[in-house]
Design a protein. Structure first.
Length: 416
């Protein structure tokens, strides 16, 4: 009898252990056709429009057990027609490849190529709209439970394993970065979340020919708040930057952002918002414009991407929008942006107004793993926007349309 009980216990233990291993294979094919008649930079009066199709093909392998997690994602990105019919060398790269070890009661260590995405992705984001996306070769240490999350980040970039000289030629936009992110989630009935972020980014500053340089550092610190009582959705951010950048001996810049949304009967959401990123008036080099670092810039300042928040004159964006949830599978949204410079530029006698942008988007879920999206945007520029961009005719009609099909199935899920 005891032997039978022992055997049954052993079998149950093996079965329980078997459920600790999970292996997945996910695939993605995303194609986006774009009609470009003035996106990113305004067109001149007689410039013809352009049309092209960009795509991403990605395969992701994942493995997970109680104390170990692994992910590897390989992708091909490009534009239809850019490769020769019989091209032997394709544009395939590694989007993610990392291992993650977990330790009780909530600590973890993650190492490898990974996406760094935090809060509203203002400073660090996956930039998924871009077909390639963002990734970082990094070390991440952390602690997580239901209330608190703490992440420590560290990266260090180099061109090769050459031991003669340490100058980095900025293939990546920075040489190294250290960061601390802390998030606390409070009030479960009316969710209140507060995040604090501190980043120290090192930039190479020197001579690439002689490989002699000196790393300069810029610090960014601030907080992001989310509050969702009943039908309201409130978010606010503030960040301050100081330190140095190549060619700038003293950085002093800030940004502030606020969002307010209200949902009516789970059918319509109304929202307003405002972003302010400080800028430079062209006279004082210490008034450096705020830099939104490595975030998802397409989310902000209008879908046509005229202004990504990296302009030296800074940016102001007043936002109004409405989203209609037609059914469980179809969503419509309409957004309006009124854009201005943050600073008057000393040598340009023009008003701050940059223009108005209107963005429309529809999203339909065809199957659980297939989504069809489309959008249309138009920009009404100004004399100021034309003077600053030094291209295009602001009086000419500027618009952009796109349609995207995203197929993202899970090919395999197995446990043992």
């Amino acid at each position: 009898m005891r032997i039978k009980i022992f055997l049954w216990c052993t079998l149950f233990a093996i079965a329980a252990q078997a459920q600790n291993n999970v292996f997945t294979i996910d695939a993605q094919v995303r194609a986006r056709g774009e009609y470009d008649n003035g996106a990113v930079t305004p067109r001149n009066a007689y410039d013809p429009p352009a049309f092209y199709i960009a795509d991403r093909a990605r395969v992701t392998l994942g493995y997970q057990r109680k104390n170990l997690e692994f992910k590897a994602s390989i992708q091909h990105t490009g534009v239809w027609g850019q490769d020769n019919l019989q091209k032997k060398l394709g544009t395939v790269n590694l989007n993610e490849a990392w291992g993650k070890m977990r330790f009780e009661p909530g600590f973890f260590v993650q190492l490898g190529r990974m996406q760094l995405s935090y809060d509203d992705e203002r400073l660090l984001g996956s930039s998924d709209w871009n077909m390639a996306g963002n990734w970082h070769d990094a070390l991440r240490l952390g602690f997580e439970n239901e209330v608190h999350q703490v992440h420590l980040l560290a990266t260090y970039m180099q061109n090769t394993d050459d031991t003669h000289g340490g100058y980095y030629t900025t293939i990546m936009p920075y040489k190294h970065m250290q960061g601390l992110w802390y998030h606390v989630q409070l009030l479960p009935d009316m969710p209140l979340g507060i995040s604090a972020t501190m980043l120290n980014v090192g930039y190479e500053n020197g001579d690439a020919q002689t490989k002699k340089g000196k790393t300069v550092f810029m610090q960014t610190a601030g907080a992001h708040l989310t509050f969702k009582p009943q039908n309201f959705d409130i978010a606010a951010s503030f960040y301050y930057q100081l330190g140095k950048k190549p060619g700038i001996d003293k950085v002093s810049a800030f940004m502030a952002s606020g969002r307010l949304g209200y949902t009516i009967a789970d059918a319509v959401q109304l929202r307003v918002g405002y972003d302010y990123l400080s800028g430079n008036d062209g006279l004082n080099v210490n008034e450096h414009a705020f830099t939104p670092l490595f975030g998802t810039h397409h989310k902000f300042f209008g879908a046509m991407d005229y202004y990504t928040g990296r302009q030296p004159f800074g940016i102001q964006d007043a936002i109004g929008g409405i989203t209609g949830f037609i059914c469980d599978k179809v969503t419509l949204s309409l957004d309006y942006h009124y854009l201005q410079m943050a600073e008057n530029i000393a040598f340009i006698d023009l008003p701050k107004k940059l223009g108005h942008e209107i963005d429309f988007q529809i999203s339909a879920k065809i199957f659980k793993d297939v989504t069809l999206q489309a959008g249309y945007s138009t920009m009404f520029g100004s004399r100021t926007s034309e003077a600053l961009m030094e291209t295009g005719d602001y009086k000419s009609w500027q618009d952009w349309a796109w349609i995207s099909l995203n197929v993202n199935p899970r090919l395999l899920l197995t446990k043992w």
